[in-house]
Each structure stands twice: as C-alpha cells, then as structure tokens.
Design a binder for this molecule. Structure first.
Ligand SMILES: Nc1ncnc2c1ncn2[C@@H]1O[C@H](COP(=O)(O)OP(=O)(O)O)[C@@H](O)[C@H]1O
Ligand SMILES: [Mg+2]
Length: 242
C-alpha cells in the first residue's frame, strides 16, 4: 500500500509547493513511484514549479464531475517514476470544482503509487481541510519566524486531533536572517519532531524560475542535498511503521 502524505502549513509562501516538487523528484530518484497532486485549488502552481505544460484535463475538471481521475494523471517525463495531477488556474474552473470531493478521489490512489504527495492550500479553511484530510500522514512546513511556527503548530494540532499521523516539520529558509529561530527552539515550539532543516538557498529560487526543482537543477547545492535527506528520512519512517 502506498503512503498518502499532505504537505501543509499555517501561512502561505512557506515552501509547500517547493517541498512537494522536490520531494516527489527525490523519492522518484530513490526508486519510488510518486504522484504529486496540486490540491491548492485557488492558488495552483505546482505545474509551473515542476516545469509541466498546462494540462487539458485537471483536478478541477475531475472535482466538477466531468472526467474520471485517471484522465488527470500525467507522467512527468523529465523525472524518473514521477506522475502528477495538475490543477487549473482560471477562475471558471475554480468555481465549478467542489473541494469536498478530494478525499474520496485521492485516497484510492494508494493502491497505485508508493507515495502520493498532496500540495495543500495554507491554513484551516474548508478547501485546505479537504485537501489535508485526503492524506494519512502530514509534513508541516514552516519558516524560522515565531508567527509562522505557531500557525503551523495550530494546523498540526488540528490534524493530529483529526487522527492523522503528523510526521513532523520541515524548517525551511533557515539562515535568511540573523533573527531566525534556531532548530532546537523551533522543535520545542512545534511539539512535533524536526524532520529536516532546509537552508535559505538562492539556487532554490533560481530553480523555481527555471521550472526545474533544485534536486534536478543543481543536485549538489545545499538546498538539493537537504531535500534528498528529507526524502530518505520519509522513506525510513515508513519502514519503521511496518
Ligand atoms: N529554502 C529556500 N530558499 C530560497 N527560496 C525558497 C526556499 N524555499 C522556498 N523558496 C521560494 O519561496 C517562494 C515560495 O515558495 P512556495 O513553495 O511557492 O510556497 P508555498 O507553496 O508554501 O506558498 C518561491 O519563490 C520559492 O522559490
Ligand atoms: Mg504553494
């Protein structure tokens, strides 16, 4: 059985989409079959970050009941073992898609992939909740600032209560400011394990602009190495649970 993992945060702009894209490619490199889903239905950009062209049939069309999910699953030919379900970016699609259908559509994918990574909207609104509750495991993404940490902690708390397995948090963009909250303090605040520290790395932003996630764009960069480490950790955590 595959693992359904949502990538979540309290605030927007913390690095959820960047993490989803890099983790998908990194897990693919480790020989796992991965499906990355753009479930940020109003601010979709996973396709852009992964360098995938606009798709004819998207998750929005499936949520509107117009197409079966299989028709919205695309191979990402640039990367080994990576598939994705893209979302639409225009408002006409957004208004016809019902986010409440996400869990029943996404959960059966665990029969077809080793990993299903769900790029979620930020916060705890209905669209975010529906996306997050489509998963069984959770990775919280936060930046080393207090309001960002506490917002992600709130989301983690709610998801734990909902019965999901919160694997821990990623401290992303560490080293941008001298006032950054250090990893050990962040871990105390979050009350869940620190999975990986991803440094602030200009290569990551550059990679986003190129539409080639950093693990493929500059595999030797600090950022890429940190994402590979995260992938290995996630794989090993699955083995412990078996
Ligand atoms: N560790 C990092 N170092 C430098 N830039 C980063 C890092 N993580 C994310 N970014 C940049 O921050 C921006 C927001 O990231 P994104 O993944 O889109 O956030 P979210 O999906 O949570 O809204 C992007 O331009 C991305 O390239
Ligand atoms: Mg995003």
């Amino acid at each position: 059985m595959g693992r359904l993992i949502s990538i979540v945060s309290g605030k927007g702009g913390t690095g959820k989409t960047t993490t989803t894209a890099n983790l998908a490619i990194a897990l693919g490199k480790l020989g796992k079959n991965v499906c990355a889903i753009d479930a940020d239905l109003t601010m979709a950009n996973l396709s852009l970050v992964m360098g995938v062209d606009a798709a004819e049939i998207t998750l929005h069309d499936v949520l509107a009941g117009e197409f079966p999910l299989e028709e919205a699953i695309y191979v990402v030919p640039q990367y080994e073992n990576v598939y994705m379900i893209p979302a639409a970016v225009d408002w006409q699609h957004v208004i016809k898609a019902d986010p409440r259908n996400l869990p029943k559509l996404i959960k059966p994918l665990k029969n077809h992939f080793d990993f299903i990574l769900i790029d979620c909207p930020a916060g705890l609104q209905m669209d975010a909740m529906s996306a997050m509750l489509s998963s069984e495991e959770v990775i919280l993404i936060t930046n080393p600032e207090i309001s960002c940490l506490t917002d992600s902690m709130k989301v983690g708390f709610v998801l734990k209560k909902a019965g999901l397995n919160v694997l821990g948090f990623v401290l992303n963009r560490y080293g941008r400011s001298k006032n950054d909250i250090p990893p050990d303090i962040a871990e105390e605040v979050m009350e869940v394990p620190l999975l990986t520290v991803i440094p602030e790395d200009p290569a990551i932003r550059e990679a986003t602009l190129e539409g080639v996630p950093v693990v493929a764009y500059k595999p030797k960069s600090k950022g890429a190495k940190a994402f590979m480490e995260l992938a290995e950790k996630i794989v090993s955590m699955g083995n412990e649970n078996r």
